[in-house]
Ligand binder design. Sequence first.
Ligand SMILES: Cc1ncc(COP(=O)(O)O)c(C=O)c1O
Length: 393
Amino acid sequence: MKFDEIRTPAYVIDEKKLRQNLEILKDVQERSGAKILLAQKAYSAYQTYPLVAQYLAGATASGLFEARLAHEELKTLDGRRCENHVFEPAFKDEDMTEICEICDHVVFNSLAQLEHHRSVWERYVSEGKLLVGLRINPEISAEDAHEIYDPCSPGSRLGIRNEDMPEALPKGVTGIHFHNLCEQGFEPLEATFQKVEREFSRFFPDPEAPAEGRIKWINLGGGHHITREDYDREGLIKLVQYIRERYDVEVYLEPGEAIALDAGYLVTTVMDVVETERIPVLILDASAACHMPDVLEMPYRPPLKDSEEPGEMNFTYRLSSCTCLAGDVIGDYSFETEKTVGDRLVFEDMAIYSFVKNNTFNGMALPDIDILHEDGEVEVLRRFTYDDFKSRL
Ligand SMILES: Cc1ncc(COP(=O)(O)O)c(C=O)c1O
């Protein structure tokens, strides 16, 4: 099937672009010595995990289900499993044994959680099957941070502040993790690391001090737009090399967006054109509320192929959807040509935080998940039906 023949609405993963991102990340890994993990919360089209596994060291999960997904699907072509990491603000008792069975790294969000689950994880650590870490709160926000995406905003529950950390790492803990960025360049990471290095110095290895209670690995979290054209990758490589050489520790990065940045579309069809006293509104078969929730949550105006800001081209429309929610509006856009029923629109950068977050509000059908292969053919990876809607209720 060709791109213009697909059934809409559909997310279409662009395999070529995905591979290009993975090649960039692999190069960063090889030149810096960092291990890069796919943060599955951003992108978990597991059908493409065999491709991801050719390039990255592993994946990180937000809990048991994502951890299981990576355990089952993230394998190289010769069947080797990739590294499996997990962080969750609080783990359920009933999940802990399975988490320890299938993960290589478990990161706890509090000293209380660490101790609560000690009787389970300690056995795996002593058998050399698991590494355990603590998430710290570096208490530094990026300048343009959106509060809802800022784990360092005042009162944050995410990570342990320096003043609440002990003098040495608790027994069994060998690493620290921080995550404070969202869609950032290199400079905010550098500033964060420098603050962590200064303020949490008692956990960094020191040739003069015993190694016990100090880190053997550090995870610099996600939010790094490493595959964006203007990202200072040389700066990142130098920083990772510095950390590895100065402290002799393993360095992990766990970006989500960077893996599938600009590597997908949401293709939709115009179903009606409604004239209003202000602006003509296109009713689409895709919805912001159901299919691109970040548009309303963040909020932001998603890029749309062959369109401009309102008023810049001949025909300006408000793009909306067929749910009942009055505010289910994607944004205002202008086009060279008039839009009519049956026309297709292609939203860009829709592989990340899209199908991992969608929902069936109003009984809206979930869009297909397709893949545009490198030879130009489109394959349907997933098609959803009424049963998918009903089975969740
Ligand atoms: C702990 C953690 N790691 C990694 C990520 C991935 O971030 P991004 O997709 O912005 O790179 C997130 C995102 O919220 C996160 O909370």
